[in-house]
Design a protein around this ligand. Structure first.
Ligand SMILES: [Zn+2]
Length: 120
């Protein structure tokens, strides 16, 4: 019964003109949002880096660098194709894979469409 209610709500939401752009949350969409966040961090990099250095000295610089490098790891680990597990930021599963900052619309390994809705 609850599931039916939720499904009914989703159907209503889907009628709204903005819903196509915000719902559903696809892997491609998530990748785009993450990229937006990375760009924000990148452009404010000199600001928070100097703040960290002023507050904590060299330890702050190291923490800042670890925070920045962590984004690259998140790109590879947190975003995965539901079918094959390949990150949408990687071109293929081979030894030599091209990493792109922009998420791929189609999975480089299994060809899944990342613009399709997924459950997670
Ligand atoms: Zn895949």
């Amino acid at each position: 019964m609850l599931a039916m209610t939720v499904m009914g709500w989703e159907a209503d939401i889907a009628e709204l003109p903005f819903s196509r752009h915000y719902l559903p949350m696809t892997l491609y969409r998530k990748g785009q949002l993450f990229l937006g966040w990375v760009l924000c961090v990148m452009f404010t990099f000199p600001i928070w880096m100097s703040l960290l250095q002023r507050a904590f000295g060299n330890a702050g610089m190291i923490a800042g660098m670890a925070f920045w490098l962590g984004h690259g790891i998140i790109m590879m680990v947190a975003f995965r194709c539901p079918n094959c597990g390949l990150s949408p930021f990687l071109s293929n599963k081979g030894f030599i894979a091209i990493s792109t900052p922009w998420p791929r619309k189609i999975c480089g390994h299994c060809g899944r469409d990342h613009q399709e809705n997924d459950v997670c």
